[in-house]
Design a binder for this molecule. Structure first.
Ligand SMILES: N[C@@H](CCC(=O)N[C@@H](CS)C(=O)NCC(=O)O)C(=O)O
Length: 233
């Protein structure tokens, strides 16, 4: 019997699955209709990833193949399972999705980090707290208290505004990918999944055009995302 596909998946307290990049990989696996198991990994358990040479998740193990990085995982699954629902539709849209991925992570994701990281401290496992404190200070140059004191509702308003191009699209169609979701939807949705897992501060409001889209995304694949532990808003 084939061994199931496994995915190393970052975990916090109460089994909160908080990595947006792992969400991209899990949703890509579900989109392809593949059975998989996740292996919850704490920040300070990187020794369990030593076999892969990686310090970051997601890491996917499929038989004798080890694949890392959410984009590479999506492409691996697409190429290995061409008959299953496509994550990109065709090779041209795969290239365009890659541009979208870079644009989104460099401009939209980065701006979200200082807004959500302060709350993430509350849900990292106790044994990870020191690592999280030191690594986030190294990266963002601020302590948790400084980040928390600096953020305001105005920052969230500004961040929400940066999603306006997506709103234009979702006024015309149910998913960014068209009538059904594509990997582009998972790229965006993954950030909402991170925020949902760690922060009570609503990133999205019910009157937002993005709200019903996020609801649809939460319900996909038998409610894979909705079933996971997070704040409901
Ligand atoms: N470009 C990578 C980014 C992966 C990444 O940043 N993973 C984070 C979790 S969201 C991680 O493993 N961080 C480990 C750490 O901060 O020590 C991808 O798309 O998979």
């Amino acid at each position: 019997m084939n061994k199931p596909i496994t995915l190393y998946d970052l975990v916090g307290t109460d089994d909160r699955r908080m990595s947006p990049f792992c969400w991209r990989a899990k949703l890509a696996l579900a989109h392809k209709g593949l059975d998989f198991e996740t292996i919850p990994l704490k920040f300070t358990e990187k020794n369990k990833l030593a076999f892969s040479g990686q310090e970051q998740v997601p890491v996917l193990v499929d038989g004798d193949q080890t694949v890392f990085d959410s984009w590479t995982i999506a492409c691996y699954l697409e190429d290995k399972h061409p008959g299953a629902p496509s994550l990109f539709s065709n090779t041209s849209t795969r290239a365009l999705t890659r541009i979208f991925n870079h644009w989104f992570d460099k401009l939209v994701t980065l701006k979200l980090f200082p807004l959500v990281v302060p709350d993430n401290f509350d849900v990292v496992c106790p044994e990870d707290l020191q690592y999280y404190t030191e690594s986030r200070f190294k990266w963002l140059g601020k302590t948790r208290d400084e980040l928390a004191a600096e953020r305001s509702e105005d920052d969230f308003v500004e961040w929400r505004l940066s999603m306006d191009p997506l709103r234009e699209q979702l006024q015309e169609q149910d998913f960014l990918g068209g009538e059904s979701p594509l990997f582009a939807d998972y790229i965006v949705f993954s950030m909402f999944m991170w925020a949902r897992a760690v922060s009570p501060w609503p990133l999205i409001l019910p009157e937002d055009v993005l709200y019903p889209w996020r609801e649809r995304m939460l319900d996909l694949h038998d409610g894979l995302a909705r079933k996971s532990k997070g704040y409901d808003y």
